[in-house]
Design a protein around this ligand. Structure first.
Ligand SMILES: [Zn+2]
Length: 295
């Protein structure tokens, strides 16, 4: 039997009914747009104009994804680059192809096939090294991490490198360590390395000088009065980045500054060891007067 390839009327109801009629013939196989246009009495572009898009028309007619899979959103170069930039904002390092494929909900081979080689793409987004105004030393990078850690009372995020009180920008970390997570890992491993060294040194000094016999005439020999970064980090962490007397912290109270304080003063032979150190805010530290001293 032959049928005219036209509808008797083109009201919304009739064209939707036409979609349903076609779809009901497609149980078990996939109805593509091309297939639809081959047999339907209304063209898919008409439906697109009428309902906004082909996908909308299918939705409106109540056709399931199972019968008519919706075409995936076309990924443009701009969308891809935007996705890569967002990833870098969040993680501080270049993404892997799989990370981006997952975010865009496409297969990795689709991306590679459409946009070319991954390293070349990263280059295009501007991931090649950018020259710095000045090179920071590892120590400066670590000091900045500790300052931020103290300021926020927790591990700082990559975004926080970009604004005050950070003094070293995010690029310095990315260039040196390849990303923020790697930089944090280097920081922690530096802390662990140097704290085990300084503890051994302190122990050796303590044994050598035997302060229990002559604490009043205790001398610090050549030991530096200031604390290593590792020691400061350990004391601050232990005290949860809060003043041990009043409990205030830079994270919660504006303008609070934390210091490391000797419990037994340095001048009275107090040592640079964790047990003799505590975190104080500048107010409590000064309020103590000459009884103890601060660094
Ligand atoms: Zn205090």
């Amino acid at each position: 039997m032959f049928e005219l390839k036209t509808l008797t009327d083109y009201s919304d109801e009739s064209v939707l009914a036409e979609i349903r009629r076609i779809a009901s013939d497609f149980k078990g196989k996939k109805l593509t747009r091309k297939e639809f246009d081959r047999i339907s009495r209304v063209h898919s572009s008409t439906l697109g104009r009428r309902f906004g898009s082909w996908t909308n028309a299918l939705d409106k007619a109540g056709i399931s994804e199972e019968i008519a899979p919706r075409p995936k959103q076309q990924i443009t170069r701009e969308m891809l680059f935007e996705c890569i930039r967002t990833y870098i904002e969040e993680f501080g390092g270049p993404p892997k192809l799989d990370d981006i494929a997952e975010r865009l909900d496409v297969h990795r081979t689709t991306l590679a096939g459409k946009f070319g080689k991954w390293p070349a793409l990263l280059n295009e987004v501007g991931l090649q090294p950018v020259p710095l105004g000045r090179r920071y030393t590892d120590q400066e990078c670590y000091e900045n991490i500790l300052a931020l850690w103290t300021h926020f009372g927790r591990q700082p995020s990559f975004r926080e490198l970009k604004r005050a009180p950070s003094r070293v920008g995010s690029k310095a970390y990315v260039l040196r360590w390849g990303g923020w997570r790697a930089a944090l890992a280097a920081f922690i491993s530096y802390i662990n390395r140097s704290s085990s060294i300084s503890q051994n040194e302190t122990r050796a000094t303590a044994e050598l000088l035997n302060p229990s016999e002559s604490s009043s005439s205790f001398t610090h020999a050549n030991e530096p009065r200031s604390f290593s970064l590792a020691l400061r980090y350990k004391v601050l962490c232990r005290d949860h980045f809060r003043c041990r007397i009043c409990g205030r912290s830079p994270a919660k109270d504006i303008g609070v500054e934390l210091h490391i304080d000797h419990i037994i003063p340095w001048s009275k032979g107090g040592q640079n060891i964790e047990e003799n150190l505590r975190t104080l805010c500048s107010d409590c530290n000064l309020g103590k007067g000459a009884k103890h001293e601060a660094v």
